[in-house]
Write a protein that binds this ligand. Structure first.
Ligand code: ACO
Length: 433
């Protein structure tokens, strides 16, 4: 073997092994040959939470956390946010290239013409309790779509797969809109396919008695940009769930339900809501220094700061901060913005945060925009899920096409009992006594 190798000496046996290094990685399976005897299973790696394990090769999203870089299929997120649309970006993520004019027209037509849901799905949604959380409703209902489209299980048929992709992207805004209306006790508003994707979603949320809903262009554009910013983020928790559930070759509606369930958690899709709760807790500008002091004493976290991957300003947070100005011009300034700006100013000049490379992440300002646009806090993860659906689909398709992938099935280190014999109830109480 050449220089691109790793030499490992097993001090238990004195044996030396040479394993190839490719793309800065060794294959975990290459360690299996390292044994202390013929009955030994072979060496494994232990990596809870996949802190240092690549689970796939991917060509979709690139992140450089130290430099604050995010690119979809090579295109910088800043350029896509400024010049693309969510539907165009979704096409890019799923197909690998920006669409031609004809491709974009067809894609937009197909997605728009799959926004209507079966009336029985509406009835199904009606069955949720009056105060059901909209994200819980979305998780349940998107999974239920698989019972309406039975052919969706034919995932190896490209034409059939494409149809389910149109359905998923098209219906996600309808399910989200209906979940919102149900939780507010409002009649469902049907899709208007003459509107843009984001405009149609706003229509299904906020249309009242007017015959034709006209979204505010600034808010429509802002929502579209927020969908772009949330569209993909390589192997995050929900995307990993999408790949893992999908690796059993289940239909994509069930896999998206799994991914959305992962996003529902406060450590993933719920952090922007936590920022608002934190700002409420701080209450006034005067309390900020004391709050920062308590964070530095380890009594809590500055929510919306810090990231597992970004050790620099999250590029999405920069875009959102700029977007906030445009939105607040229309909606009026969210009174919490001044507190957020002051928190950021103090944190970015404070040794504690500088040393730990803690910068604002995507969630620091997004909640303020959502709230100003009229979204209740429990809708925030739903908005995230709409944008992320295209990323989930792109990653799921890539996984299906990847000959090296198999059903996801990690190993474990068993630390439980060795073999022991079953005891009757009488024997057990004697032992306990
Ligand atoms: N406020 C104060 N201190 C923090 C913060 C924060 N927001 N985040 C990290 N730190 C400190 C830690 O206490 C630790 O300090 P120490 O070295 O003295 O022990 C140090 O910075 C390193 O932090 P870790 O917890 O090791 O970083 P990790 O990568 O595991 O965590 C995470 C990243 C979970 C995002 C964390 O920064 C955090 O909890 N932030 C607040 C929640 C948040 O905004 N989440 C949204 C993330 S973006 C997204 O998911 C879409």
């Amino acid at each position: 073997m050449g220089n691109e190798t790793l030499t490992i000496t097993d001090n238990r046996t004195g044996k030396t092994y040479e394993v190839p290094v490719q793309n800065g990685t060794i294959k975990a399976l290459d360690l299996r040959q390292i044994k202390i005897g013929p009955d030994d299973f072979g060496l494994m790696t232990y990596d809870p939470a996949f802190m240092n394990t690549a689970s796939c090769k991917s060509k979709i999203t690139f992140i450089d956390g130290d430099k604050g870089i995010l690119r979809y299929r090579g295109y910088p997120i800043e350029q896509l946010a400024e010049r693309s649309t969510y539907l165009e970006t979704a096409f890019l993520l799923i197909n690998g290239e920006l669409p031609t004019r004809a491709e974009l027209e067809d894609w937009t037509y197909q997605v728009n013409h799959h926004t209507i849901i079966h009336e029985n799905i509406k009835k199904f949604m009606d069955g949720f309790h009056y105060d059901a959380n909209p994200m819980g409703m979305l998780v349940g209902t998107v999974g239920a779509l698989s019972t309406f489209y039975k052919e969706a299980k034919n995932i190896h048929d490209p034409e059939n797969r494409q149809k389910q992709i149109y359905r998923l992207i098209g219906k996600m805004i309808t399910l989200a809109g209906f979940a919102y209306r149900h939780s507010r006790g409002l009649p469902f508003a049907y899709p208007d396919n003459e509107l843009s994707y984001a405009g149609n979603f706003l229509n299904m949320l906020f249309r009242m008695t007017e015959p034709k809903y006209k979204p505010h262009p600034v808010l429509e554009k802002a929502l579209d940009v927020l969908f772009i910013l949330h569209a993909d983020h390589e192997q995050n928790c929900s995307t990993n769930a999408m790949r893992s559930v999908g690796s059993s070759h289940v239909d994509p509606f069930s896999a998206v339900a799994g991914a959305a369930a992962a996003l529902y958690g406060p450590l993933h899709g719920g952090a922007n809501a936590e920022v608002l709760y934190m700002l409420d807790l701080i209450g006034t500008m005067n309390n900020i220094p004391d709050f920062i002091k308590s964070v530095k004493e380890g009594k809590g976290k500055l929510m919306g700061f810090g990231h597992r991957v970004y050790k620099n300003y999250d590029p999405r947070a920069k875009i959102i901060k700029h977007l906030a100005d445009q939105v607040f011009e229309v909606t009026g300034r969210n009174p919490k913005l001044d507190m957020a700006l002051e928190l950021e100013r103090i944190a970015l000049s404070d040794e504690y945060f500088i040393k730990r490379k803690l910068y604002p992440n995507v969630d620091f300002y997004s909640g303020l925009i959502y709230q100003a646009m009229g979204f209740p806090i429990d809708m925030f993860p739903v908005l995230f899920a709409i944008g992320r659906t295209s990323g989930w689909i792109a990653q799921w398709q890539e996984m299906l096409m990847d000959g090296e992938q198999k059903i996801a099935r990690p190993r474990q280190i068993y630390l439980g009992y060795d073999k022991r014999d079953y005891q009757t109830l009488d024997q057990r109480s004697a032992t306990a006594a």
